[in-house]
Design a binder for this molecule. Structure first.
Ligand code: HEC
Ligand code: HEC
Length: 195
């Protein structure tokens, strides 16, 4: 009995110390993550059209995007208000969480001709210089491998048509003058690069 209450006391004390210091890993973000799961998938792999998967995205990329979404620089109507009052430490904790989840393979096999066209384009346009040759991304550059095909196309069209408000202009430059058909082939291929 005495041992048990001592243990409880130590736990409470430890809890208080952690809470006071608010280290990143002590943030309780479980309630927030439940809200994200409704759209981005319980395991971070999205099942919904035009909603990106977050699983396996680089931590820095997720952090950056969450900050610009919270500040309203990247306007996402579906996420409006969702990040109000979310601290930087909570953002980092969420980024760490999603970065660790495994990205899943595309649900359907590719069309061989489109796959070949997309591969040649991605290599010729040197997308791998920033997104890495296996397209898994790093730092502020997102993973493209195994991302949803519809979201890849949607976001590339946004960059190309200068509708990607608040986002890095480097991508608009990379896609300048690329035809919509070539973007479709790129999205088809990149979505099926194994994670
Ligand atoms: C109601 C649906 C919805 C909810 C809930 C939601 N999101 Fe989103 N999220 C979206 C949509 C849609 C986009 C892409 C919009 C666009 O690019 O126009 C997005 C984009 C993002 C992006 C950018 C990803 C990329 O590849 O560019 C991140 C990061 C993100 N959401 C994180 C979160 C987190 C963390 C939560 C929970 C706190 C959350 N979202 C909750 C719909 C949602
Ligand atoms: C000079 C570096 C660079 C090159 C080259 C580059 N990208 Fe990017 N790309 C980025 C950065 C940085 C971002 C993140 C933009 C942001 O912060 O909003 C990005 C974002 C993206 C996104 C958005 C993904 C998401 O989850 O929101 C897609 C799709 C994309 N790039 C595809 C490509 C393709 C296809 C190519 C080759 C044609 C390419 N990129 C070449 C740097 C680059």
């Amino acid at each position: 009995m005495a041992k048990l209450s001592l243990a409880r006391g130590v736990c409470a004390l430890l809890g208080a110390v952690l809470w006071a210091g608010s280290p990143v890993w002590a943030q309780d973000i479980s309630a927030r993550l439940m809200a994200c799961a409704a759209c981005h998938g319980a395991d971070g792999n999205s099942q919904l059209p035009n909603i990106p998967s977050l699983a396996g995205q680089p931590k820095v990329f997720i952090e950056n995007q969450l900050v610009i979404i919270r500040e309203g620089l990247r306007d996402i109507p579906a996420m409006k208000g969702l990040l109000d009052g979310v601290s930087d430490a909570e953002i980092t904790a969420m980024a760490v969480h999603f970065a660790k989840l495994p990205a899943r393979n595309a649900p359907t096999p590719g069309d061989p001709a489109l796959m070949a066209q997309g591969k040649v384009l991605a290599e010729g346009m040197r997308c791998g210089i920033c997104h890495l040759p296996d397209y898994r991304g790093r730092e502020q550059m997102p993973r493209l491998a195994a991302q949803r095909e519809d979201y890849l196309l949607y976001s590339m069209l946004q960059f190309k048509n200068n509708q990607a408000t608040g986002r890095d202009t480097i991508m608009a430059a990379s896609l300048y003058g690329v035809s919509d058909n070539d973007l479709k082939a790129l999205a088809h291929f990149l979505a099926r690069v194994p994670p």
